[in-house]
Write a protein of this length. Structure first.
Lengths: 522, 123
């Protein structure tokens, strides 16, 4: 196969870790100029030095010695054999060429091929389910049978002029009886289809994690307890959380907590390298970001077992990627509980009428962090309002979702453009509140605001996202956001839907596509 | 043209309406609720036509059809198969076993009448 560009790989990994050439050379005890030759692929290396470099970069040796490339070439060979591309007669040596010259593109091809195959399998599973599910089969058979009886009897009533009264009565009775049976089956079918997405199971890691969080109502008593124990252990108090966290990380766990970066590479996101014992807090990050990053590092270090126990108990996370993602989510949960302890936060939330900004100031947390915490207040005996949460980017992509039982959030594509979460982009930084009414008459209070992520200073626009909390309109009067709103059942509300495909408002000017089902949905 | 029609259909409401419209067409109709009874009746006097539902309790319509078509005494009997299943393989199955016609529920009375007329013409 074509020569692999070992040096380039070393450089990529070094840069990914934010190290300078000088820093890595010093670590390896070689001269920077020698490392430069290696990285430029002007020196071939192997053996002990390559192993040391791999170790220093935290990568398996195969990442550099060609084994990874060979596997990639094999994977491409598998793609070449796929019926969909077989007519292209892709040659084996060109795969090796692609891997050597454009390894990223080669990996992208393999990843896309895998994801296409996963999808094919998911589609096959769903289609099997539809055609073989005994309940669905029986239900459809019953519907067709009842419908046949109704159709036949009604055609007789329509076309036979000389029916005797007794016969007429008999056929009307048949129609009435079969209509009743048909209604029962239709109800059962609707209930079955409403449940079906959960029973079918999600297809991607993101969905698995969503389902897991939803299944637990985004409240984890064991993690709340773990956060409380950790707070005691680190000596945290609301007034000296930062110092307590920094002290505990440094003294109890030997973590080097730095503001700024160790090697002069400017990063705008916190970076915790557990193996290297280093937590870098970018000097450009706000106080709440730094505090949360320290809390997150502490959660990872101290509560790994509790998090693992949560994940071990659930059958909902089948894919390893889903488990890793869920781990990150639960570590963040613990971090949120450290920064905003339940016992203090829940009463404060109620007293401040869920004012997100005031809560943020009191607990030193960002708008988004407070929203997240507000969506966890489900402790029996000390419950807060049940909030759902959603975060979208300006293209409408849903990047975080915690639905409420009555209000599902779309898994794919976009929600209704009339929702406050989208409206908030019109007035960045200002809170938008909305009393939204769905086609079935259910009303929700929606509270949304944009947030900025990773501000890097002039010339680089920060990422703008919109975060929305929402709750049943029944609870709206307990929040500061209902001030001045008429919450009466007949008061005007914004007429919204869930998404075009699920919405029965045919005359909506925003409609982009037809509903998949008609008004029967609601 | 008056014909003897046997209907094997377990859904009594459908059987009742079918019987009514075919009798109005001048045919003589006997209705049975399952496949075994249908086969028993066929071994008595052979009707001119069998209307056979697929989803019958006990012996399925396909099994009944197969038994008819493998019995030299019965295999000339034209059979209209009724089904609430819409997979193409059901139609293929019915046709390969020798159904004379295949109607999917919900059919119209007119469809049945036309098929019965076609299959009993010349009797």
């Amino acid at each position: 196969m074509a020569r692999t560009l070992v040096g380039q790989r070393i450089r990529d990994h070094r840069k990914a870790r934010g190290w300078t050439q000088a820093a890595l050379a010093a670590h390896l005890q070689i001269s920077p100029s020698y490392l430069n030759l290696i990285e430029s692929d002007r020196r071939n290396i192997a053996g002990a030095l390559l192993k040391r470099i791999a170790d220093a970069l935290g990568q398996p040796l195969e990442e550099f010695d060609g084994a990874a490339e060979r596997r990639l070439v094999d994977d491409l060979g598998e793609i070449a054999a796929d019926a969909a591309v077989a007519p292209l007669h892709l040659a084996a040596d060109s795969a090796a060429d692609l891997v050597a010259r454009h390894p990223g593109w080669a990996r992208a091809l393999v990843a896309l091929h895998r994801s296409a195959r996963d999808r094919q399998e998911a589609i096959a599973a769903l289609s099997d389910r539809l055609s073989q599910d005994p309940f669905l089969g029986d239900a459809i058979h019953s519907l067709l049978t009842n419908l046949t009886a109704i159709r036949s009897a009604s055609e007789i009533l329509e076309s036979v002029a000389d029916l005797e009264p007794a016969q007429r009565k008999r056929f009307v009775a048949i129609i009435a009886g079969d209509s009743r049976r048909m209604s029962d089956v239709a109800h059962a079918l609707a209930a079955f289809l409403a449940k079906a997405p959960v029973a079918t199971g999600p297809v991607t890691p993101v969905e698995e994690v969503d389902d897991f969080i939803f299944d637990r109502a985004n409240h984890f008593p064991a993690l709340e307890a773990a956060a409380e124990a950790l707070a005691l252990q680190i000596g945290a108090s609301p007034t000296r959380l930062d110092a307590a966290l920094a002290g505990w990380l440094a003294n109890a766990r030997g973590i080097d907590v730095r503001v700024g970066s160790a090697n002069g590479v400017v990063s705008h996101r916190p970076r915790f390298d557990r193996a290297a014992g280093m937590l870098e807090l970018p000097d450009s990050a706000g106080a709440s970001t730094r505090r949360f990053a320290m809390a997150l590092a502490a959660a990872e270090l101290a509560c790994g077992d509790e998090v693992a126990a949560q994940l071990d108990r659930t059958p909902l996370l089948s894919a390893p990627a889903a488990r890793r993602r869920a781990e990150r989510v639960l570590h963040s949960y613990v971090a949120g509980a450290l920064v905003m302890p339940y016992a203090a936060f829940q009463p404060a939330a109620a007293a401040l009428r869920y004012d997100i900004d005031l809560l943020g100031r009191r607990f030193g947390a960002s708008f988004e962090q407070v929203c997240h915490r507000l969506a966890t207040l489900r402790r029996p005996g000390a419950e807060g309002i049940h909030f759902g949460l959603m975060r979208v980017d300006p293209a409408g992509f849903v990047t975080k979702r915690l639905p409420l039982p009555g209000l599902a959030l779309p898994r794919y594509g976009n929600a209704c453009p009339l929702w406050a979460v989208y409206g908030a982009f019109r007035t960045p930084g200002s809170i938008v509140r909305q009393l939204a009414e769905f086609p079935g008459g259910q009303r929700y209070l929606m509270i949304a605001r944009t947030i900025e992520k990773d501000a890097e200073g002039f010339g680089v626009p920060p990422r703008l996202l919109s975060v929305m909390l929402f709750c049943d309109a029944l609870h709206a009067d307990r929040t500061v956001y209902a001030g001045g709103l008429d919450l009466g059942a007949s008061a005007p509300a914004t007429a919204v839907g869930q998404s075009c495909r699920m919405c029965a408002r045919r005359d909506c000017g925003w409609r982009q596509e037809d509903p998949i089902m008609d008004a029967g949905m609601y | 043209m008056s014909a003897q029609v046997l209907i094997a259909e377990d859904e009594s409401h459908i059987a009742e309406s079918l019987g009514f419209i075919l009798e109005r067409e001048g045919h003589t109709v006997v209705t049975v609720p399952d496949g075994e009874t249908a086969l028993l009746r066929l071994h008595g006097r052979l009707p001119d036509l069998l209307i056979l539902d697929v989803m019958l309790p006990g012996l399925s319509g396909f099994e009944v059809l197969k038994a008819i078509k493998s019995d030299p005494r019965l295999d000339s009997l034209p059979v209209i198969v009724l089904t609430a299943r819409t997979q193409p393989r059901d139609r293929e199955m019915a046709e390969s076993i020798g159904a004379a016609a295949y109607l999917t529920k919900p059919f119209s009375n007119r469809d049945i009448i036309e098929q019965v007329r076609r299959l009993t013409a010349g009797r």
